[in-house]
Structure formats: C-alpha cells, structure tokens
Design a protein around this ligand. Structure first.
Ligand SMILES: [Zn+2]
Length: 105
C-alpha cells in the first residue's frame, strides 16, 4: 500500500545564459534548447579540489564557444534502428542462436 501526500518541489522556472544574458522561461520558446553544464571537480582539478563548476548557455553561445568540439549527429544516426542495423553477430559476440542451433538437442 502506498500513502501519498503533496509536497512543494523546486523546479527551474527560468534559465539565463551566462554568456549573452538571453532568458528562457519554463514551458516557453527556447527553454529546452538551454544547456546547463555542472559537475563537482575532482581531486587535483584545475578548478580546485571538490569545487562545484556550473554554467548555463543558450544554444547559440554553446555553438560559439564549444562548437568546434561538439559532435552533432542527426536523429537518424542515433536511432535504435540504426544502432541495431550496425550490430553484426559474427563481430559483436554472436550470442544470438543461429538457424543451425535452433533444432532439438
Ligand atoms: Zn547565450
């Protein structure tokens, strides 16, 4: 049995690009295209041991700053059908039963 209750949850209402200042509101145009990068720096990091690193960028600033190193692929390149088509049992392990091994033992 599950007993449920209502709780207030913190959500991002607006994102502002740290580079150009462009703002996008939750549910509005461009909100889904904003990119947030955050991580905890590791031991010996150039950002300082354990420091939190964060940046919010609009997609234009993301392209203008990191574009040379972004790997942009089409939806077709990342689809499940494309990945499955690239699977070759003879190369990738051959764990699927062959027609010769499908008979009774
Ligand atoms: Zn921007």
């Amino acid at each position: 049995m599950q007993l449920r209750t209502m709780e207030a949850v913190s959500v991002v209402h607006q994102i502002r690009c740290d580079r150009c200042g462009k703002k996008a509101e939750r549910g509005g145009l461009g909100f889904a295209e904003m990119m947030s990068i955050s991580f905890d720096a590791g031991y010996g990091s150039i950002f300082g041991d354990g420091n939190r690193v964060e940046v919010d960028l609009c997609e234009a600033c993301l392209r203008d700053t990191l574009g040379a190193w972004l790997r942009v692929r089409t939806v077709a390149d990342t689809s499940l059908a494309t990945k499955l088509a690239a699977f070759k049992p003879e190369v990738h392990g051959g764990e699927f039963p062959s027609s010769q091994s499908a008979g009774p033992v």
